[in-house]
Design a protein around this ligand. Sequence first.
Ligand code: ATP
Length: 327
Amino acid sequence: MLEVQDLRTKYVTRFRENVYAVDGVSLKIKEGKSIGIAGESGCGKSTLALSLMGYYFPPLHYISGDIIIDGKNISKLKPDTIRKRILGKEIAYIPQAAMNALNPTQKIIRFIEDVIHAHHPDATKKDIYDIACERFEILGLPRSVLEKHAVELSGGMKQRTVIAISTILSPKVLIADEPSSALDVTSQKMVIKMLRELMEKEYIKVMIFITHELPLLYNVTDDILVMYAGQIVESGTAKQMVFDPLHPYSKGLMGSIIVPEEGVRDHQLTAIPGTPPSLKNPPKGCRFAPRCPYAAPVCSSMEVPDIELPNGRHYRCLMSERKIREV
Ligand SMILES: Nc1ncnc2c1ncn2[C@@H]1O[C@H](COP(=O)(O)OP(=O)(O)OP(=O)(O)O)[C@@H](O)[C@H]1O
């Protein structure tokens, strides 16, 4: 359903410096599957999300690679074509803090009219209202919300409303960037339940959930990718990634977070020492080497290949799977 091959994108700063925020990302997501993308702040998660839409405007620039949605390569389409034909319909993006971006003076139904009219200019207000009522009810949102303004809604309700608006056209791919992080625990659960329902009811076919908390993904997505310094360093099923991370960075990411759920991790380890490298001039070899407790001199000089294990897991480390398990 969604296939990304060797995608590279960069920011060009006002000082004309290049920031290589997505540097050779490949991934494949089958219909009906959800993946989580985890990694520390600044590793490129949001840039990957933006890049996946194929909608580039300065300072973000496309360098190379392919984004294929349902057999259609969108990576080289013109921005106008992307805006008119792809966004909202093929792929929808809920950015960080999206709920705060709703114009407070506009009724919720007006946002839905805008989204539907962008793709179906002839739809009548009555048609749109009926579609919105049906969708809101199925997703457990009161239809009265449609006549309200954003300021009248609680944080959790606003975020669920944003998700309902963004998916009203049933996009094939939904990217949700930290959709629950600003919310209280109860609202977080409701947001996650709603995202699951969108998948179960097949309003969306593929979901990408971005968060800096790797363990949060365990209960949310089928697979997890871990990003570090613009690259994917490991991917596997949620269970593999949470209970048996291989890459030293994924291990650190798991260990640096307290997980309240029984059996996942019941103790807190220290945060990963050091900081990620600058993406203006990424280091040669393994980008994690300067922070890796197991790094050898070769790690900083040799390009690290992506290794695929027979069970479908991928990791990017010069240590063998056996060696990793021993250290
Ligand atoms: N507009 C911009 N211009 C230049 N560099 C940028 C811009 N936006 C982000 N960057 C840089 O790109 C890199 C990736 O940033 P990005 O926001 O994608 O990371 P992230 O993993 O999503 O972080 P967070 O979890 O904090 O949102 C960082 O080095 C960041 O400083």
